[in-house]
Design a protein around this ligand. Structure first.
Ligand SMILES: *Cc1c(COP(=O)(O)O)cnc(C)c1O
Length: 232
């Protein structure tokens, strides 16, 4: 099923991309594997997925070490997509290639400090709350530029882009304004031409709204149900 789902998703991505004149290869699919098993992760890797997302450090560590035992020619990249507590940073740094959920100075500081200890430059995305929902994590859009100026000082952090989670909406169109906001914000920041800040990634779009997200300029979509569940 996973294999068919992925083929199906890739076809949909190709369709959207041809409509909006984008290259489908430019869009990274992150398989969000929270609640799924290491076997399921191995299945998606075998179906050609190169990026795995998790939202809890402990759960991710177990599966990471299990998946690692399979001698893939290229090991997948691991993404932290859930809220990260500062007391989990040290462990998170050992397994995650990209931390997508940086949303406070305190957290960024801790990542920088722990990364320095192990000589790692940690790639991160800044999570932005584009919907204004109080239940969502993420920085307010109007605080992002100041935040970036602060954290570009940190030597062991590399800001790769922005991430957002759209609200659950009864129609995907309702999420469009959130995606547009993130894209606009990214462009504004790029135009500031800050040193050590190369915003390439726009992580937006999940199972219910990835088509709209791609139309609005996403180049990284995070899919759980579309990959792991029967969506017919
Ligand atoms: C669970 C999760 C996803 C995937 O959600 P689906 O709707 O199953 O595609 C994407 N991003 C984050 C941050 C998640 O927690």
């Amino acid at each position: 099923m996973v294999k068919e789902n992925i083929l199906n998703i890739k076809k949909r991505i190709a369709d959207i991309c041809s409509r909006v004149n984008q290259a489908p290869e430019g869009i990274t699919i992150v398989a969000v594997a929270k609640g799924r098993t290491a076997e399921q992760i191995n299945e998606v890797i075998q179906a050609g997925i190169t990026d795995i997302g998790e939202n809890k450090v402990q759960e991710a560590m177990l599966k990471h070490s299990s998946v690692r035992r399979t001698p893939y020619a290229v090991q997948p990249k691991w993404h932290m997509v859930g809220h990260l507590q500062t007391n989990k940073v040290k462990e998170a740094l050992r397994i995650f290639d990209l931390i997508q959920s940086v949303d406070s100075l305190h957290l960024a500081q801790e990542i920088d400090k722990q990364a320095a200890k192990i000589n790692k430059i940690q790639d991160i995305l800044i999570q932005v709350n584009t919907s204004g929902e109080t239940t969502k994590f993420g920085l307010k859009p109007d605080g992002v530029i100041e935040f970036i100026k602060e954290i570009t000082k940190f030597k062991n952090i590399n800001i790769k882009g922005l991430m957002t989670i759209a609200p659950i909406a009864d129609s995907p169109e309702k999420t469009r304004s959130c995606f547009r906001l993130l894209k606009d914000l990214s462009n504004i920041i790029k135009n500031l031409r800050l040193e050590t800040c190369d915003l390439r990634l726009l992580s937006m779009g999940m199972t219910d709204d990835f088509q709209v997200a791609i139309e609005e300029g996403s180049n990284m979509i995070r899919l759980g149900r579309a990959i792991f569940e029967n969506t017919d």
